[in-house]
Design a protein around this ligand. Sequence first.
Ligand code: KIV
Ligand code: ZN
Length: 516
Amino acid sequence: MDNKRIHVFDTTLRDGEQSPGASLTPKEKCEIARQLERLNVDVIEAGFPASSGGEIEAIQGVSRGVRKPVICGLARAIRSDIDAARKALRYAKRRRIHVFLATSQIHREYKLRKGKGEVLALAERHIKYAKKFFDDIQFSPEDASRTEPDFLLEMVETAIAAGATTINIPDTVGYAIPQEFGRLIRLLIERIPVLGKDVTLAVHCHNDLGLATANSLEAVRSGANQVECTINGIGERAGNASLEEIVMAIDTRQDLFGACTNVKLNEIVKASRLVSMMTGIPVQPNKAIVGRNAFSHEAGIHQDGVLKKRQTYEIIDPKCIGLSGSQLVLGKHSGRHAFKERLKKLGYDLKPADMEKTFKRFKVLADQKKEVYDEDIEALLEDELSKVPETWILDYLAVNIATDRAPEATVRLRKKGKKYEAIAKGDGPVDACYKAIEKITKMKVDLRDYSLKAVSRGEDALGEVGVKVLGAGREVTGRAANTDIIQASVNAYMQAINKLCSKSVKRRSFSELRLV
Ligand code: KIV
Ligand code: ZN
């Protein structure tokens, strides 16, 4: 049997834009709408035309720039709102008006101050008015999930009789629980059998209890054939149901839903990033489907499993939503398997002994850093490869820095088992360390060049120090990386000093280790 087709109504540009601080310019709306078209959503709710002249222009821009999906505008059951929607949607190739009116007791009494009869009449009158200009009319009884079921049924029947072609059931305040919401959808279909057939039955869920996706999915299982959602789940308060979660759940659990959408899955990540960038609302790292960590594995056991067979710890292939693949994050929980794989990916094939040594250094680094990036590993390797015989070994280092006096370094070095210590002041902490080393080694060296750069990202990034020194007529370099830049500076300097001490320094080349 064919899968049942679920229509995707995207309201990122209307309910999503109602997220605090998410206002979009007409140009930004247009750009997002074009991505929604590439994503192949069925309907784009482009805004609320009555809210401003600028909003009307923005919706006109979207209508001109996007031709495939239906473009929709929201309107209260007020004539001027419907007229504003007519104006805003004038250029749309396919257009829909979305009329809404609150139906729950609390909204009727406190917000509208109207009785049931008046509310029914208002809806009927305005849907009929809209029908003069629009064939495609969606009606939403706002706060439907908190409306008395009998009155909701009466309202839905009235709306259909007046000309509504889609009935949308909003869980406006995110109050519903999946079982109860599903029951409501089944009741509506049982009493009004055209719903979900000749008249589209939509649901619009908010996330106040974190149940927006669950409620939408239960509604689909119960017979709804349109879901309303936003990219990244942005929207009023805790947001709307998230498009990517609903679409991927329907796709991943076809066995359960027997349904499909027309969404192009490989455009999901692009849509998520664009919306986040344009609205300035970051996506939480652990957000399902589009969060930075959604396909990242750090635990050694998981990494090992994913490397053996991706599906052991992943239910979705990240490539199908537009990512390049899963990510094995190297950190303190990572094991040898993942580390070795990463080295291979970076182009290195180490001999077992080298591999063991580098892995140990990686573990030490991972204890200092939250995440070990590829650049960190390259720096570790470079460090390892640049090893020279150690005439002088750093035994102890302490630096005293205060605002009212010059920095002072205490350095202890070992040579042939004997320890030597010196204290020196300098222009800066690094200079103080270098002077103390000079005092001990009694080597006359001239620091020709010093460079410091961050080799990876984050505040705990590795600092890479490069030095060039001249001594005994020879110019040598030293390089070291460490999360502590003073330590890296000293290590780089010690490497250069040791090069000067050793007669022939044979540096293994990177290419020796690169995979061909
Ligand atoms: O949440 C809601 O009830 C709405 C309506 C306008 C559909 O956004
Ligand atoms: Zn809403």
